[in-house]
Ligand binder design. Structure first.
Ligand code: TYD
Length: 211
């Protein structure tokens, strides 16, 4: 699958990443690519049901982690791997980095357990390789500003209603994942007007010879 591309978007709630997915899909479609646009938790009927539970039902952090990885497994097997095998561009709003950031950083859940689940869910054929995104656009902005953007936007879910300190820990969780995979992560300064955020995305794609 020489042309397949797995691209994820990450960042704390309120970073504005979702608003750039339409533009990315349009860009790749205009270049003649088949685009699979999806999100996590979610992307299949089963995973969307699990998403509704995770975003609304009280649960302990291990249950939460198992449910997001169960949703991911279904999504990987039914949607992401088949799309990559066809050579699509897969645009996914959040993936496993969000689990390390939210369940690991935010909730303080055991990172070793998350790594084990990551290995189970993302192992790939007979090799030791894990399915990972080719590129992760990581939208960063101060958690205080993200909270201002979210305030009053709509009824907050179980994550959006967390205090500022939770989002500081989530941001630290993302930073640790980025440190561990510096070539996969491209940091996008999201504390700027929308066009300037988009210009950074275009320049990352250009630098990497992607678009
Ligand atoms: P989000 O992607 O922000 O969607 P929307 O734009 O509809 O709010 O919401 C998903 C939430 O789920 C977000 O708060 C982060 C959280 N989440 C986790 O806690 N762990 C995960 O592994 C993933 C993928 C998401």
């Amino acid at each position: 699958m020489p042309n397949a591309l797995f691209l994820t978007l990450e960042g704390i709630d309120g970073a504005g990443k979702s608003s750039h997915i339409d533009a990315l899909a349009a860009l790749f479609t205009a270049a003649g690519r088949q685009v699979t646009r999806t999100r996590e938790p979610g992307g299949t009927p089963l995973a969307e049901s699990l998403r509704n539970m995770v975003l609304s039902e009280p649960m302990d952090p291990l249950t939460e982690s198992l449910l997001v990885f169960a949703a991911r497994r279904d999504h990987v097997v039914r949607v992401i791997e088949p799309a990559l095998a066809r050579g699509d561009v897969v645009l996914c709003d959040r993936f496993t980095d969000a689990t390390f950031a939210y369940q690991g950083g935010g909730r303080g859940f055991d990172l070793q357990v998350l790594s084990t689940l990551e290995r189970w869910v993302q192992s790939h054929g007979e090799t030791d390789d894990l399915l990972q995104p080719d590129l992760t656009l990581w939208f960063t902005l101060p958690p205080e500003i993200a909270a201002e953007r979210l305030a009053g936007a709509r009824l907050p879910d179980r994550f959006e209603s967390q205090p500022l300190d939770f989002f500081r820990r989530v941001a630290d969780g993302y930073a640790a994942r980025a440190d561990a995979a510096p070539t996969r992560f491209a940091r996008i300064d999201a504390d700027l007007p929308r066009e300037q955020v988009w210009a950074q995305i275009e320049s990352v794609l250009r630098e990497r010879g992607i678009a």
